[in-house]
Design a protein around this ligand. Structure first.
Ligand code: ASP
Length: 315
């Protein structure tokens, strides 16, 4: 079956999910992002690659990091950026998603960055718009968050150089996490041989092993000897009914503390997509400690989003 995010030449037309993306495309995005790091660090942080293009940030769910870094990335590529906070606009007046999109296309939109609580929202828009319009999924329900997955693998590659021989532990609420799904697809496509998910049975999806990961319910056992620890937020807003005794109980078993981190390799890095809940999934001394690369993740996210937008616009 044809991948809906690739055009007839096999090039990236939309970025909707990492699942099924060829390795070469992932590597091309990472390499392009690396070339933008220099731009983001110099005094005049702009290149003209998207000059004259209009990028619409369509956020139907709240976001701080993702929305802001997409805006910065588009501005650094010299695009015109229009931010729409739809939760307080058209949809509350009853307009459908595709009617909103049609109206923005009538204003000559070239690219949509879409965040929505429903899985598949970005796919729906991508299948609806004209061929010159590109769509980037900035998080749809619990399904996918491809640019977060890409910035996570960029960060891992930056600190660990390559994926061969790497052990990566993803800890916490995998069930509700689009970040975990995107990261797992990225890591397995790039050949990371040992990806582990760690969490209570109630927060791991049934059949998660089929994604190519091993499953651990004991955090100490799961962390043993790993190179990378990725902590996830408890997605309370997506939980239907009580899945945990309490946040304190969760922290006791699955919170990342210095005592648990010593079980990982001495040079292990600690990541978190944010927003992080200190004392729930991560202890402050770890979040702010020498192993943490949580803030560099945010910085790398700008270059990665610049890479995705410039590649789409060039295809
Ligand atoms: N910011 C990430 C997301 O939008 C992670 C999170 O919210 O926990 O999925």
């Amino acid at each position: 079956m044809r991948n809906p995010q690739l055009n007839g030449d096999g090039k990236l037309q939309h970025l909707l999910t990492i699942e099924g993306l060829p390795r070469e495309i992932l590597v091309h995005i990472l390499d392009t992002a690396a070339s933008f790091i220099g731009v983001t660090e110099r005094e005049v942080k702009k290149v003209p690659l998207l000059r004259g293009k209009s990028v619409f940030n369509l956020f139907f769910e709240p976001s701080t990091r993702t929305r802001t870094t997409f805006e910065i990335a588009a501005k650094r590529l010299s695009a015109d950026v229009i931010n729409l906070n739809i939760t307080v606009s058209s949809s509350t007046k009853g307009e459908t998603l595709l009617d909103t999109v049609d109206n923005l296309c009538a204003m000559h939109a070239d690219m949509f960055v879409v965040r929505h609580s429903s899985s598949g929202a970005a796919h729906l828009i991508a299948s609806h718009v004209a061929p010159h319009v590109h769509v980037i999924n900035a998080g749809d329900g619990r399904h996918a968050h491809p640019t977060q997955g890409l910035l996570d693998i960029y960060t891992i590659r930056h600190y660990k150089k390559d994926f061969t021989g790497l052990s990566v532990a993803i800890v916490g609420d995998v069930l509700h996490s689009r970040v975990a799904r995107s990261l797992i697809h990225g890591l397995t496509t790039l050949g990371a041989p040992d990806v582990r998910v760690i969490g209570p049975r109630t927060l791991l999806p049934t059949g998660v092993e089929q994604l190519g990961v091993s499953v651990h319910h004991d955090m100490r056992e799961g962390l043993a000897g790993c190179d990378v620890v990725v902590m996830l937020r408890l997605q309370n807003e997506r939980m239907k009914g009580p899945l945990l005794p309490s946040a304190q109980e969760f922290f006791k078993s699955y919170g990342l503390t210095p005592q648990k981190l010593v079980l990982a390799k001495p040079d292990a890095i600690v990541m978190h997509p944010g927003p992080m809940n200190r004392g729930v999934e991560i202890d402050s001394s770890v979040a702010d400690g020498p192993h943490s690369v949580i803030l560099p993740q945010v910085t790398f996210g700008i270059a990665v989003r610049m890479a995705v937008m410039s590649i789409l616009a060039g295809n």
